[in-house]
Design a protein around this ligand. Sequence first.
Ligand code: CA
Ligand code: CA
Length: 294
Amino acid sequence: MKTNTLIVAVAAASIIVMVYFTTQTMRNTRGDNTPGETTGVSSGRDERPASPLQVPQSAFTREDTADTAANTTSEPAPHTATDSMQGKAQVEILLPPPVYRGTPKEIKGAQNLEPPRDGKPYPVIIVPIGCDKLLSHRCRVTSSDPDPIIGELSFITDGDKEFDSATYAELAPGTQWVQIDLGSEKEIHAVCIWHHFEEMVQLPLRGGRVYRDVICQISNDPDFIEDIVTVFNNDHDNSSKQGIGKDKEYIETNEGRPFAVNAVKGRYVRCYSRGNTSNEMNHYIEVEVYGKGD
Ligand SMILES: [Ca+2]
Ligand SMILES: [Ca+2]
């Protein structure tokens, strides 16, 4: 009897154990573990849930990068754009909106045109720190044509660069100039000229407007007889008699034409032009001169 009782007890215990494990396995397979249970069996809930608040991969990458940077040793970082800007500043030229009006015109007779930029902006101008100040705002303007056909000479330094029928000064045909008096001798590092950019062309069309003989000179002589430094000149055939220039002609856009100047000192900035490919007139919306502040 004792042996029989023992066998029955062992069998009953075995059944209990089997039932227990079978039940556990079924629970795990259904994924209804209670919190805190660790079974070593994947339930599906342990995976990262899809959430409507997911952030882009780039955000994780930035965090990862920050963590990595924080954990690195104090070894010197490789050269970066920030390092190369040490002691330097970018001239911040604020651009007016583009204008796409009228029928795009074919550019005729431009033999010295810069290659198409296909929408790429002009390179930024980097100057020593403190040499990126706008010097020309509201400075006095004189001209070879003191009585513009349209507009006022004061428009050229009033800070309004938008194209509009009431924002430009139109000067007589032929070679004409406008001259900005900075008030005292300044160290000049950049200039940007906006003529007239109504006929901007949306890519991939070609056309627009090109002004002829764009020349920029700096001097302390208001009559520009002596002490003249030419800082831009695209008059390749010397038709404006200021010497042959090596710069390229360009299509007018809302970017104007920015160019760097190598710390030339002078009180007066004179800009020439000789008509354009749409008509023989000379137009100026704005001229900006940047350089060392006081
Ligand atoms: Ca203006
Ligand atoms: Ca010329």
